[in-house]
Design a protein around this ligand. Structure first.
Ligand code: EPZ
Length: 437
């Protein structure tokens, strides 16, 4: 397994380009099962999670491969419709093939994703939505068996709100299934994330008729078939937010290139409330750092509110703010793995019942820490860049799931970060690592 060794406390400089969005790529790649035409997907980041999705698609009979900087796909004739446990457990987002498979092939067998480090990851809303479209759902030996009725799926009015509000991948699955259903479907309490909009626009480029994506009410008029697509996914807003926070933490006026500011308004606002301005120029954003940020209170909620995927990273910034900050995590109440590791670096954080109270300290100090969830790991990297002394982060395969060649790209900003092999280990993560995703 690899580690990062980071010598922190040095300012960064220059600019960093944002990769394509992991969370847009995973459901968009899945629509390749919905057409017999070839598809081309561009701006897809070269991440472990994308590799896992490509493997899942290949097991489903979708010939998927990288051709220069794009992924091309075409459905083989000998396809099957089972997404196996050993792949879906590595990346629970593999569940996003469920809706496309039921729509296109009338059936799907997809492993239940199981839980992961950020908490239980149920899929009851996905199943409820597919049942509303007429699918028969059976759970057997850890697999979901979904089957469309003889005449195919039928449009319906579906309320898709759960105890935590909307669900991103449930919205994706139901929207995909409705695209090839007979009649019209209305999804109430749909997720409004930009990645859902990107998926809808990709499907519409294939001949789907989806209206209202990005709002809580999405209307889908069923069509008979979809043609192929040539689609470039949106920039990764979570990665962009991570880099902005790295600039704030290291007091460096770095520029983040190629992000869409309208996808980051909540993050930019929180940074502004903490005293850190973000200057926007087209698709470039430049951090205007301060000596020490001010404490603030943040609650994570579905888009357009502050995203849970940036919660760990903002916690790292709050750790060195003046005053006491409070983070309330409304999406995954247990998602505070970063706290324990930041405390090893000198942070003063207490976590109870889905809330973290962060008493700001002057500065963090390098330490040996361990990556866990993808975003908590990113928080450790940005904290280490600012901490005085050396930090060694183990199990960096968690970071590789969501950040492409992160150490190379940070080095170009002047970061002193090296990837080394953990003594006595191989280069691969343990196969049983359950991925959040
Ligand atoms: C997506 O996961 C993202 N993953 C997650 O990013 C992100 O944290 C999450 O949305 C919330 O924004 C991808 O897009 C691949 P949800 P998803 O369904 O769709 C509950 C990362 O770090 N829920 O919107 O699986 C659920 O437990 C990853 O990149 C149900 O109760 O999340 C959670 O509390 C981590 N029943 C809330 O809804 C369901 O059927 C929101 O989850 C589904 C979800």
């Amino acid at each position: 397994m690899d580690q990062f060794v980071i010598d922190g406390g040095h300012p960064l400089s220059g600019s960093i380009a944002v990769s394509g969005s992991k969370n847009a790529s995973l459901p968009i790649l899945a629509v390749s099962v919905m057409t017999s035409d070839a598809c081309v997907f561009r701006n897809v980041p070269r991440l472990r999670d994308v590799q896992t999705q490509v493997k899942i698609l290949n097991t489903l009979g979708v010939e998927s491969q990288w051709v220069r900087d794009a992924i091309t796909t075409r459905v083989r004739d000998d396809y099957n419709s089972t997404a196996p446990y050993e792949l879906v457990k590595q990346m629970r987002a593999g569940v996003c093939v469920l809706g496309p498979l039921v729509a296109a092939r009338g059936e799907a067998v997809v492993s239940l994703p199981g839980g992961c480090v950020i908490g239980e990851r149920p899929i009851d809303l996905h199943l409820r939505g597919l049942q509303a479209l007429g699918a028969e759902i059976r759970i057997e030996h850890g697999y979901v068996h979904a089957k469309a009725p003889k005449g195919g799926l039928k449009g319906a009015e579906i309320y898709l709100g759960g105890r935590f509000g909307s669900s991103v991948l449930a919205t994706d699955n139901v929207m995909c299934a409705a695209v090839l259903a007979r009649g019209t479907t209305v999804i109430e309490c749909a997720a409004c994330e930009p990645e859902v909009v990107d998926l809808a626009e990709c499907l519409n480029s294939m001949g789907a008729r989806i209206e209202g994506a990005g709002s809580p009410r999405i209307t889908i008029h069923g069509v008979r078939r979809l043609k192929g697509c040539d689609w470039a996914v949106i920039p990764d807003r979570i990665e962009a937010a991570t880099f902005l926070i790295a600039g704030a933490l290291t007091r460096s006026p770095i520029t983040v290139k190629g992000a869409r500011a309208q996808h980051l308004l909540a993050v930019i606002d929180v940074l502004r409330q903490m005293g850190v301005e973000v200057k926007r120029k087209g698709q470039n954003m430049t951090v205007v750092p301060v000596e020490r940020p001010k404490a603030y209170e943040v609650t994570t909620l579905p888009f357009p509110a502050f995203p849970t995927d940036v919660q760990s990273q903002i916690m790292a910034l709050m750790a060195v703010a003046t005053g006491t900050s409070v983070i309330t995590e409304r999406i995954y109440p247990d998602r505070f793995m970063a706290a324990a590791e930041l405390k090893r670096m000198g942070a003063n954080i207490s976590v109870t019942n889905g809330q973290a109270v962060v008493h700001g300290v002057e500065s963090l100090a390098g330490a040996e820490v361990m990556a866990s969830d993808l975003r908590a790991s990113a928080a450790l990297v940005v904290a280490a860049l600012a901490a005085h002394g050396q930090t060694r982060i183990s199990r960096v395969y968690h970071i590789d799931r969501g950040y492409e060649r992160i150490e190379e790209r940070l080095r170009r900003l002047g970061a002193r970060i090296q990837r080394v092999r953990e003594p006595g280990t191989t280069g691969d993560e343990p196969a049983q690592a359950a991925g959040a995703g």
